[in-house]
Design a protein around this ligand. Structure first.
Ligand code: C2E
Ligand code: MG
Ligand code: MG
Ligand code: MG
Length: 271
């Protein structure tokens, strides 16, 4: 009996693994097809000043306009896109669309930020391709910001650092995304030519109740990081701001900028 159920369980796992492998391959295939068809589109979410809600820029966020499933969010395809290398094509498509928007809207407010993955930054021709695209569109590099997460640059390989320094030298901004979620966020500020940081949404979510234990910790951390940001002369953007109470708390702590559903959801341009 034990043997029988063991065998049944094995068959169950085997079938699951098989279907996962199939899904992954299908997904990879579909991404490749959609890339060729131009089905990766960019939505833009405003970044505002917390003091007067003026729009100072936008973040470019990729979406997959899937022929059957509709708009698919990055969480569902980025892991496979990164493992397969297809993220390189997605990244190029996003940058081209962003540059088209910037070139077509010389008076668009502020900057547009693009997210870049570790896989892209590990390519020794990444900065060169980025620069060529920006120049081909005749876009002022100062209107662009590159966002990197700590995990993306954790190893800080020489290629990754060279790529980031190269676009910084061009005049592109460099923001550390999801700040505070990793272990070495602080050392990134020392080792990279960073121009800004984005406080992770998880800190902002915990600001909800300042009297709870989580709330007190979150308040102290967010306030301390706001001080760090201003001492270093960096731009500070709090992410995932959903309520007036959060916006008010962040402003009081010294955060200059915010991004979140309270101010505007990601949407096609004109954002
Ligand atoms: P991220 O760069 O930290 O982007 C912020 C995420 O928070 C976005 O999710 C955005 O839609 C969401 N968000 C904004 N405001 C709020 C809010 O008030 N509440 C909540 N709950 N969420 C909010 P999204 O668009 O699903 O993107 C997820 C992640 O995928 C991004 O996190 C970024 O790491 C990655 N990503 C997005 N676009 C690209 C891209 O073009 N290239 C690469 N390599 N990664 C990208
Ligand atoms: Mg980002
Ligand atoms: Mg983030
Ligand atoms: Mg994120």
């Amino acid at each position: 009996r034990a043997k029988k159920s063991g065998r049944a369980r094995w068959q169950f796992f085997d079938a699951t693994m098989h279907s996962q492998a199939m899904t992954r391959l299908t997904l990879e295939d579909e991404i490749r097809t959609s890339l060729a068809a131009g089905d990766f589109v960019v939505h833009y979410q405003p970044v505002v000043t917390l003091a007067d809600r003026a729009v100072v820029g936008h973040e470019a966020l990729v979406r997959w306009q899937h022929p059957q499933r509709g708009l698919v969010s990055p969480a569902e395809f980025l892991p496979v896109a990164e493992e397969s290398g297809l993220i390189l094509g997605i990244g190029r498509a996003v940058l081209a669309q962003v540059c088209t928007v910037l070139a077509g809207h010389p008076d668009a407010p502020g900057t547009i930020s693009v997210n870049v993955s570790a896989v892209e930054l590990a390519r020794d021709d990444w900065a060169q391709l980025f620069t060529a695209t920006v120049e081909r569109h005749g876009v002022d590099p100062a209107r662009l910001v590159v966002e990197v997460t700590e995990t993306a640059v954790l190893a800080l390989g020489t290629v990754t650092v060279a790529n980031l320094v190269a676009v910084r030298d061009l005049g592109v901004g460099l923001h550390v995304d999801d700040f505070g979620t990793g272990f070495s966020s602080i050392s990134l500020l020392r080792d990279l030519p960073v121009t800004g940081l984005k406080l992770d949404a998880s800190f902002v979510a915990d600001l909800g109740d300042p009297l709870s234990e989580d709330g007190r910790g979150a308040h102290a951390l967010a306030a301390g990081l706001a001080g760090l940001v201003s001492h270093l002369g960096l731009a500070g953007v709090a992410e995932g701001v959903e309520t007036e109470a959060q916006a008010e708390a962040l402003r009081g702590q010294g955060w200059s900028h915010g991004q979140g559903y309270l101010f505007g959801r990601p949407a096609p341009w004109p954002a």
